[in-house]
Design a protein. Structure first.
Length: 79
């Protein structure tokens, strides 16, 4: 078994990432920011994502990438 075999497929936290936060940004027309988050067994990352969007002056210009590594048996990440 490989280490990556222990990872779950994309689940509930990814739904926040898939929300449309505003008009699509055409690259090069406005400044934007990319937030990269590495997350190991932290169900509160969902709150972090919500806070990023809530505090952004222009949430439509914020792009977030999350590397979420969780235990497949941890029920904290269920819907």
């Amino acid at each position: 078994m490989q280490p990556h075999d222990q990872l779950l497929p994309v689940t509930a936290p990814a739904r926040i990432l898939s929300l449309h936060l505003g008009k699509p940004l055409i690259m090069g027309t406005q400044e934007s920011i990319f937030v990269s988050i590495a997350c190991l067994d932290d169900p509160d990352v969902v709150l972090t994502l919500a806070d990023i969007v809530a505090q952004a002056r222009h949430p439509e210009r914020v792009f977030v990438g999350v590397c979420l590594q969780i235990d497949p048996n941890d029920s904290s990440y269920q819907d």
